[in-house]
Design a protein around this ligand. Structure first.
Ligand code: 13P
Length: 340
């Protein structure tokens, strides 16, 4: 019964050409983004911003799931309605980030290991009780001199698999996020090699830890050249390299792949997802969807700027990006949509 529920929830998360909206920034990350725009870094400002997101009209047309953070899942609208109820009433599935962030990895200078396994079973039970139906855990892998090391890849893959297994035990769909970072001068090819190695290791560990692949979502990076690589490839090359890598490393039993945006602009992230669906959609075993934070939220955050009077235009900007990504899943996104 539980396995069927997991499969149904995972299927719903990628059905109807919708995708996930990640609004699971930890308080320090959210504060950092607020600070850059001069927005006060208070619990009330974070709550007001999250209220703006969850009350955006029409979001349920494009968004299947929202990923919350521990603070956010406990918060309410100003009128006292819990966010989880607002989200559910909009036809959107609430989810929760459950890792506790990345830490320096012992013996591996410059590399990180994600924490949060201790006590996870009990936290998952609490979140499930609060209405969450899926969870997210992010591992970060840096490319650089001698990096990533085998030790870093294996430790992070094992943590992802142990988290995923605990999620499924609780009836939560794990969103498994191994992120190969964009920072660096590396080429598109190097990102492809590293991403493939990381994904192969992750799926080996998921198998070892008895994770049901049909009841999970993979949240990977796109295969991209490093931010400071002089050779910045076009949209079609990125689409080809990304799909080639995924076809090699992601089993067909996985129902959906929902990309993170990783610091790409909203427009580029939509254009790249669109190109993948235009070129390959009919030939792929899994759905290619999105699970963006910055690439959906950033324009709305900048317009809002902490001011109540900017609420409506900020919500319009959020809805616009969500619609662009719905179109990208259909292979129907184009630059003209950005002028509407
Ligand atoms: P970005 O889309 O901003 O990379 O965020 C996705 C996410 O959930 C990071 O963990």
């Amino acid at each position: 019964m539980k396995a069927q529920e997991l499969i149904d929830t995972a299927g719903t998360l990628v059905a109807g050409d919708k995708g996930l909206l990640a609004m699971d920034e930890s308080n320090p990350t959210c504060n950092e983004r607020f600070a850059r725009l001069g927005i006060p870094q208070t619990e009330e400002a974070r709550r007001a911003y999250r209220e703006l997101i969850v009350t955006t009209p029409g979001l349920g047309e494009c968004i299947s799931g929202m990923i919350l953070y521990d603070e956010t899942i406990r918060q309410q609208k100003k009128d006292g309605t819990p966010f989880v109820k607002v989200i559910t009433d909009a036809g959107i599935i609430p989810g929760i980030k459950v890792d506790t962030g990345e830490e320096e990895m012992a013996g591996h200078p410059g590399e990180k290991i994600t924490g949060g396994l201790d006590g996870l079973r009990y936290r998952l039970a609490e979140y499930s009780h609060m209405g969450a139906r899926f969870a997210k855990w992010r591992a970060v892998i840096a490319i650089g001199d001698g990096m990533p090391s085998r030790g870093c890849i294996e430790a992070n893959a094992q943590a992802l698999a142990r988290y995923a297994s605990l999620c499924q035990e609780t009836g939560l769909v794990p969103v498994v996020e191994p992120e190969v970072l964009m920072d660096g001068e590396h080429t598109l090819e190097r990102c492809g090699e590293v991403t493939e190695e990381v994904l192969r290791t992750v799926f080996n560990q998921l198998h070892t830890q008895r994770v049901t692949l049909e009841g999970m979502i993979l949240k990977p990076n796109m295969v991209l050249p490093g931010l400071t690589c002089p050779q910045q490839e076009g949209v079609d090359k990125v689409a080809d390299a990304t799909v080639k890598c995924l076809l090699r490393a992601v089993p067909a039993a996985v129902p959906g792949i929902a990309f993170l945006s990783g610091g790409q602009s909203g427009e580029l992230a939509s254009a790249r997802l669109n190109a993948m669906n235009v070129r390959f959609k009919s030939r792929l075993p899994w759905a290619l969807a999105f699970s963006f934070a910055r690439a959906i939220q950033q324009p709305a955050l900048e317009i809002w700027h902490g001011e109540e009077e900017n609420l409506l235009p900020a919500q319009q900007a959020l809805y616009h990006r969500a619609r662009c990504n719905l179109a990208a899943r259909r292979g129907a996104y184009n630059a003209a949509m950005e002028r509407m």
